[in-house]
Ligand binder design. Structure first.
Ligand SMILES: [Ca+2]
Length: 82
């Protein structure tokens, strides 16, 4: 994926990365999600972002946390209203 993801893309990426099907991503699933978005970060960067994204500190990234992270860093395109 070269273009910035839309919100729909993001939901699809999240669902695909959520191997456990529990609506949250662990560090490995989070890494996969980032990979499929074409974000190639080092392990240390991924760990750092995982911790930043995990705002409620439960050790998992929920969809709102995932979306929030990407939004904060400007990696998501808001769907245009039409
Ligand atoms: Ca969390």
């Amino acid at each position: 994926m070269t273009a910035k993801p839309t919100e729909d893309d993001l939901q699809a990426v999240f669902t695909r990365a959520d191997l456990g099907g529990d609506d949250k991503l662990d560090l490995m699933e989070f890494t996969m999600g980032l990979d499929s978005l074409g974000l190639s970060w080092t392990r240390a960067e991924v760990q750092d972002r995982f911790e930043r994204a995990d705002t409620n500190r439960d050790g998992f990234i929920s969809y709102p946390e995932f979306r929030g992270l990407l939004e904060t860093w400007g990696w998501i395109v808001r769907r245009s209203q039409n």
